[in-house]
Design a protein around this ligand. Structure first.
Ligand SMILES: [Cu+2]
Length: 278
């Protein structure tokens, strides 16, 4: 799924969908290169020693008791690498953690400009505005609730299952919750894993620049059908997103209306008692 721009791409985390995933990918590459250099040096030294000092007739093994210079050398070198990697990680952490503002081509309507509340867990763009989507994990499907509730208690908000549709160039802030057990939200090209834990709120974000489909699935064993708990994010232009959301709202209200009429019809036909335990 990740673009095969270098031979390293096969070994590195997927990226290309969102800036946080790209930052994770570049950090991983730096660590991979350092690890590869050390691996080759260590394995090379072992192979060299195996061949050079292999058993020969009459050869006597040298008795070596430590080498202070060498031991200080590899201890200091390891410490320098460790401090270097830690510094680089902390330098990159904020761009993985904190979302940027939406782009000028992003969703500019009431939804995309929705002011959300920041907290120590919920990081928001500098201007505080993002499209807030609540992600509910339940056995075995993801539900996405969009802003736009028609009633004060939050009811009547448009929602979707399995496929999340989002506008491009717009910072999307996800509020992850669970209706039953622990699930894990993971779309590799859009960033790291985040758990949906019953009774808690976890937050993550992404910002997609180009339209496309980004696939993932629940990454935490949540029951028998865990493997079928797929998730898709489809990024479309802000105008297409608005149209999709309006259509979603209309279909949901039509379905609710039809169910209401059906209930009314059933209760007049058979009497209320017959539908008490449908
Ligand atoms: Cu699962």
């Amino acid at each position: 799924m990740g673009q095969l721009t270098s031979p390293l791409a096969f070994f590195t985390p997927e990226s290309g969908g969102s800036p946080n995933a790209n930052q994770i990918n570049s950090l991983y590459k730096v660590e991979l290169v350092i690890a590869l250099v050390i691996f080759v040096a260590v394995e090379g030294a072992i192979i060299y020693a195996l061949i050079k000092f292999r058993w020969r007739k009459g050869a006597v093994a040298a008795q070596i008791r430590g080498n202070t210079r060498l031991e200080v050398g590899w201890t200091v070198a390891a410490a320098v690498i460790l401090v270097g990697l830690a510094s680089l990680t902390f330098a990159k952490l904020s761009s993985v953690d904190s979302p940027p503002d939406s782009g000028p081509e992003g969703l500019s309507s009431a939804h995309g400009g929705q002011l959300l509340y920041a907290s120590s867990e919920r990081k928001l763009p500098p201007n505080g505005k993002a499209l807030g989507i609540t992600v509910i994990g339940r056995q075995y499907i993801w539900q996405y609730i969009y802003p736009g509730a028609s009633e004060p208690d939050g009811l009547g908000a448009p929602y979707a299952y399995q496929e999340m549709v989002v506008p491009t160039n717009t910072t999307v802030s996800l509020d992850l919750v669970s209706a039953d057990v622990v699930h894990s939200w993971w779309i590799p090209q859009l960033g790291g894993k985040f758990q949906a834990v019953p009774g808690y709120h976890n937050y993550t974000w992404f910002k997609i620049s180009k339209p496309g489909v980004y696939k993932g699935q629940c990454a935490f064993l949540c029951g028998r059908l865990h493997a079928r708990m797929l998730a898709t994010v489809r990024a479309v232009s802000p105008a297409q997103f608005e149209a999709w959301l309006a259509n979603q709202k209309r279909e949901i209200s039509q379905a609710n209306q039809a169910a209401k009429e059906e209930r009314a019809k059933l209760s007049t036909q058979t009497g209320a008692g017959a539908v008490e335990n449908p």
